[in-house]
Design a binder for this molecule. Structure first.
Ligand code: ADP
Ligand code: ADP
Length: 232
């Protein structure tokens, strides 16, 4: 599904070079719940920004369903971003819009057919078990509920891949488990590929089937979670 080949990313600012990613090779298969773990500064965010084409690598290749995403023109890139959902640590909801309005926004910018927007919002809120909050505002929701809205929004345009950037890091342990279980259920229902970056080992253990351990811009270890982490 996704092949990351010989990816290097060097940032240069004020004549200081930082090799954020030195040589990354990963193979993510359809249906994987793929964890990427590492300490702060290991290169996790850089990798996820490359996957979403928010940044370009210094060298290397990223193939998604056999297509080189680095060669995309603007319209291909727009289409690709629509098909790649993303959730974040701080949810990134618009406070001025209701739950329904936040999801509607994602559909509107993707030119979703107008008459299908409301039914799609309801379908998505059912998926994340939050139908009764359609007219609530983010300020009225708990952290877990906000993340559910963000998940619904990320899935609005039927993506095949969901990228999760420390999406449970601002949540308490119980809510974290609930969100991870929800993601696992949704993954099965929708046949999604999920890539999750985190600094929390227990998040990987609870949710992922595969894991790559990043360290100083390199892959230190990669494989099945059961083989990488011994049981407690
Ligand atoms: P992580 O997400 O694992 O904490 P990052 O990908 O954010 O790691 O960072 C990897 C390295 O790249 C760090 O040394 C960081 O300081 C550096 N870095 C990240 N983004 C930039 C940037 N825009 N400009 C310069 N250096 C950066
Ligand atoms: P907001 O307070 O976010 O501006 P609106 O007043 O526009 O929300 O929306 C009122 C109701 O319609 C809510 O139930 C909301 O979920 C839903 N909704 C919001 N935007 C759209 C849209 N573009 N199409 C269909 N339903 C929408």
């Amino acid at each position: 599904m996704i092949q990351i080949k010989n990816i290097k990313k060097t940032y240069t600012s004020n004549n200081i070079r930082v090799d954020a990613l030195k040589n990354i090779n990963l193979d993510i298969e359809k249906g994987d719940f793929y964890g990427i773990i590492g300490l702060s500064g290991a290169g996790k965010s850089t990798l996820i920004r490359l996957l979403n084409r928010l940044e370009e690598p210094t060298s290397g290749e990223i193939l998604v369903e056999q297509k080189d995403i680095l060669g995309f023109n603007n319209s291909e890139l727009q289409e690709y971003r629509k098909k790649t959902g993303m959730i974040f640590q701080h949810f990134n909801l618009m406070n001025s819009r209701s739950v329904g309005g936040n999801i509607a926004f994602a559909l509107e910018v993707a030119n979703y057919p107008k008459e299908k927007i409301k039914p799609r919002i309801i379908e998505l809120l059912k998926l994340v078990e939050l139908e009764d909050k359609i007219d609530s505002y983010p300020a009225q929701l708990s952290g877990g509920q906000k993340q559910r809205v963000a998940i619904a929004r990320a899935l609005a345009n039927h993506p095949k891949v969901l990228l999760s950037d420390e999406a449970t890091s601002a949540l308490d342990p119980k809510t974290t488990k609930n969100i991870l279980n929800l993601l696992k259920d949704i993954q099965k229902k929708l046949n999604l590929t999920i890539i999750l970056i985190t600094h929390q080992m227990e998040v990987i253990r609870d949710s992922c089937n595969k894991v790559a351990v990043l360290d100083g811009g390199n892959v230190a270890e990669v494989g099945e979670v059961v083989n990488i982490f011994s049981n407690p």
